[in-house]
Design a protein around this ligand. Structure first.
Ligand SMILES: NC(=O)c1ccc[n+]([C@@H]2O[C@H](COP(=O)([O-])OP(=O)(O)OC[C@H]3O[C@@H](n4cnc5c(N)ncnc54)[C@H](O)[C@@H]3O)[C@@H](O)[C@H]2O)c1
Length: 455
């Protein structure tokens, strides 16, 4: 079968078995492609909660892809979910026995032509087919999603018996759905994304277990150093620390030379206490506390000092961790608040300035134009006020390099955040913009500068 021969519209129903953190996202992804999705979870409340979450997420994504959405139904058993589906996706915890059992059940109840995939992060599908009949193994394979609907890459890997027809059909369907499938050429414990990510996670867990720095510092170094949207600790919290540990256990079993102290540390200090990550509000970070600190009214004295621009980003209101950086790291800046109630702000785009000459007056007008186009400065008194439970910093501009701002009051939503030893002032524009069916806000994040000694 060629890729072109797949009739995407005819591939109607998809079943998902296990709808925890990732299963529900995969279900959402396919429902957004107007596919009918049957979801089953051993815990019926989880399945009901997943359906609620999927429905609540429709609005966020619907507008961006323009398709009508498909029905999402909770199935009472694996049998009900699997019957009639063209693809059944196993999405249960990262333990070999559970996955083997579940895939065996799917084989028993699914249509003989249905594709059976496992979303396992580290286990080869070839190790999961013990209870699958010989005749069905040709339709089993790994198909690993990252974080749908946002992240469009998927990785495929044969179970050793997967037929070319199964692979081609799936690749066509995934491509038609807007995903980027990458197929492994050899069987591997963990696909490429997982293996690279596993190495990062492992080292991060060791850094934490050895008490080198805290999660905030790891994320700051990573985000700024590698220019990523999230740091690895934020990402591990998003995945779920219980799953992170299960995945690492699987690698440890196969790679006996790896030490286990780091995963033991995460299990004892986080998972055993129920701090499994973002979904419950506590993992490597305490999200409840972070939210609470944001909700505190800002005091004027908290602003006093000098702050250096750490980040200029546009952030999604629905998920503030989702950010885009329209200027990369090219914008530099400083903001100073004095005890006497004055502020001075300077922002400048970095890069070489085309200076014509150092001689005055010939080079001066053009140099000033060049620098003026790349920088913004203003100063004047400032004040802080509370409005509807939000802190607003008001900059009353006496001077401004932008003539139209002179005499105006620039209002910014504001809060102060602590990350380890670092303190950040976050200033956001009040107005938001619509993009891709989502609402976004420009946020400037300023790091508090230490006092400089007078000597
Ligand atoms: N979390 C992620 O970001 C992520 C990303 C890619 C891949 N994965 C992989 O996807 C799989 C699921 O991960 P998760 O994070 O969603 O885990 P999870 O613990 O959040 O969800 C697993 C779900 O499976 C259900 N379950 C357990 N046994 C079952 C059974 N016998 N039948 C039906 N349902 C059962 C559980 O009730 C739970 O709701 C794992 O293999 C994981 O490695 C996870």
């Amino acid at each position: 079968m060629t890729r072109q021969s797949i009739q995407f519209d005819n591939l109607e129903t998809i079943a998902i078995v296990g709808c925890g953190i990732i299963g529900r996202r995969i279900a959402l992804f396919w429902a957004l492609r107007n596919k009918k999705v049957a979801i089953f979870d051993i815990n019926n409340d989880t399945a009901l909660d997943a359906r609620k979450w999927i429905h609540a997420s429709f609005d966020k994504y619907k507008a961006s892809n323009g398709h009508p959405v498909g029905e999402v139904n909770v199935a009472p058993t694996i049998e009900h979910a699997s019957r009639g589906a063209w693809m059944v996706i196993e999405c249960t915890p990262e333990t070999v026995e559970t996955k083997r059992e579940v895939i065996g059940q799917i084989d028993k109840f699914s249509d003989p032509s249905a594709i059976i995939t496992t979303n396992s992060s580290s286990i080869k599908s070839g190790d999961l087919v013990n209870y699958v009949s010989e005749s069905s193994r040709g339709r089993v394979l790994n198909c690993h999603y990252f974080l749908p609907p946002e992240i469009p890459v998927v990785e495929l890997m044969t179970c050793g018996s997967t037929t070319g027809h199964t692979l081609e059909t799936l690749i066509s369907a995934l491509s038609a759905a807007g995903l980027h499938p990458i197929t492994a050429k050899a069987q591997s414990t963990g696909l490429v994304g997982n293996r690279v990510w596993a190495a990062i996670k492992r080292e991060v867990m060791m850094v934490l277990a050895e008490g080198v720095v805290n999660p905030e510092d790891i994320d700051t170094v990573f985000r700024l150093g590698f220019q990523t949207r999230l740091g690895p600790c934020e990402m591990m919290d998003q995945v779920g620390l219980h799953t992170v540990c299960d995945i690492e256990d699987h690698y440890l079993k196969e790679r006996v030379y790896l030490p286990s102290y780091a995963v033991d540390f995460i299990r004892q200090n986080y998972v055993a206490k129920g701090h499994i990550g973002r979904t419950i509000g506590r993992g490597l970070y305490n999200y409840t506390e972070l939210e609470r600190s944001k909700g505190q009214p800002l005091r004027r004295e908290e602003l006093v000092g000098a702050w250096e621009l750490a980040e200029y980003a546009t952030s999604s209101l629905a998920d503030p961790a989702r950010k885009v950086y329209p200027l990369g790291d090219h914008l530099k800046g400083i903001i100073i608040y004095t005890l006497t109630g004055h502020t001075s702000v300077h922002l400048q785009l970095s890069g070489d300035l085309p200076i014509d000459t150092n001689r005055v007056p010939e080079g001066l007008p053009r140099d000033l134009t060049n620098t003026g186009m790349r920088s913004l400065s203003y100063s004047g008194p400032f004040s802080v006020r509370e409005e509807d439970g939000r802190s607003i910093v008001q900059h009353h501009l006496t001077y401004s390099s932008l003539p139209s701002w002179q005499g105006t009051t620039q209002r910014r939503l504001a809060h102060v955040e602590k990350q380890g030893n670092a303190e950040f002032l976050v200033l956001g524009l009040e107005e938001t913009t619509q993009f891709g069916g989502e609402e976004w806000r420009v946020m400037l994040r300023w790091r508090h500068l230490p006092n400089v000694s007078a000597s």
